[in-house]
Design a protein around this ligand. Structure first.
Ligand SMILES: NC(=O)c1ccc[n+]([C@@H]2O[C@H](COP(=O)([O-])OP(=O)(O)OC[C@H]3O[C@@H](n4cnc5c(N)ncnc54)[C@H](O)[C@@H]3O)[C@@H](O)[C@H]2O)c1
Length: 332
């Protein structure tokens, strides 16, 4: 990955695609960042708010910004990101990068061709709890098992209703990417079942269990549901890691417990109570820093393909009822 840096002594000019929930959170962050100027905003639904461009390409051609934040629905990520990269505009995208692995690989290739930065914001990576848990797990020695549970009764976003596997296709990337960050491993293969509990309010398969074989022989076991009334987990799941020297558990929030090693203490969350959405400020900071210095950020497109591969391979496994080699290697 090589991308050109921007060294002119002026704020970076940013635009947003998507004026829904997350687009508005990004607008707050772009306005607060001292090295960024928000110059335009587009949504196919121009009734969302006044002053929107109705077309991303028209906005890009008119404003010629330095970067675009892609906060559109997952099905539009590919088209919107390629429109920006093909015009020499860097992209900070919402997860998941794309719907299919092939789309994701094409986006990474487009970024390479254009020598532009393409990063997917995996905002959970910056949470003090995840950072401390990752450092605790690093003390456990060789890891054998990593497990996470995600159980939330959620029903508010319209586009989730349109997905045949809403948990795997939209949310699971947060947990899968966190598993890679916590363990420092990449996916080799997966067996996944994605299903719909009879009492679910979704029409799609909103619950899943997946067993990943990761590099180094680690097994990562994910289980979760969007239709899970009562005793919900944190939005970052609840975790257990078992290594040669002991075990560490994390509630996905502020509590880490361990036996065999000492749990690392959490740093203070400087944005707690501010109403700002978790981790976006840190992702933006890392993205801007990368554009200014050339330092590769977490979530850089090529690296994030391994997280996308966990989603697309799990989905293929669920559909075919078979263990699947990770798409990351199938594409080589
Ligand atoms: N990182 C997080 O924790 C987090 C939280 C919520 C959502 N998200 C992600 O953000 C994305 C958007 O989610 P949301 O909850 O804001 O959805 P949303 O439905 O509230 O907003 C999406 C917006 O995109 C617009 N849009 C669709 N296609 C477009 C196109 N081609 N060009 C321009 N605009 C287009 C829609 O009209 C809508 O206004 C999803 O990928 C979702 O997974 C991430």
């Amino acid at each position: 990955m090589t991308f050109d840096t921007i060294t002119e002594d002026r704020p970076l000019r940013a635009v947003i695609a998507g004026a829904g929930f997350i687009g508005r959170q990004w607008a707050t962050e772009l306005r607060l960042h001292p090295d960024v100027e928000l110059v335009g905003w587009a949504d196919v639904d121009t009734d969302k708010m006044p002053g929107l461009y109705g077309s991303v390409t028209e906005m890009l051609d008119t404003l010629r910004p330095d970067f675009l934040v892609n906060g559109t629905v997952p099905g539009a990520h590919h088209e919107v990101t390629l429109a920006a990269l093909d015009r020499g505009v860097s992209v900070l995208s919402e997860k998941p990068m794309a719907v299919t692995f092939e789309e994701g690989a094409a986006m990474v290739a487009a970024a390479d061709r254009a020598r532009r930065l393409f990063m997917v914001s995996q905002n959970r990576r910056y949470l003090p709890g995840l950072v401390a848990y990752r450092r605790t797990v690093a003390e456990l020695g060789e890891l054998a098992i990593l497990a996470s549970e995600f159980y939330i009764p959620y029903k508010t976003v319209k586009f989730l209703d349109d997905l045949p596997h809403p948990l795997i296709q939209d949310m699971a990337i947060h947990l899968f990417d966190a598993a890679r960050a916590i363990s420092g491993t990449d996916p080799l293969s997966v067996y996944c079942e994605s299903f719909r509990p009879a009492a679910s309010w979704y029409t799609g398969a909103c619950s899943a269990t997946a067993i990943f074989e990761m590099t180094g022989g680690l097994r990562y076991v994910f289980s979760g549901s969007w239709s899970a009334p009562g005793l919900q987990t944190s939005w970052t799941g609840s975790w257990r890691a078992i290594g040669a020297r002991g075990t560490a558990v994390w509630d996905g929030d502020a509590t880490i417990r361990a036996e065999g090693v000492l749990p690392v203490e959490l740093e203070k969350d400087v944005h707690a109570g501010s109403g700002r959405f978790q981790g976006l400020a840190w992702a933006l900071r890392e993205f801007v820093d990368a554009l200014r210095t050339g330092r590769p950020p977490q979530g850089e497109g090529r690296d994030n393909l391994a997280s996308l591969a966990m989603v697309t391979s799990a989905l293929e496994s669920a559909i075919r009822g078979e263990r699947i080699t990770s798409h990351l290697y199938a594409a080589d």
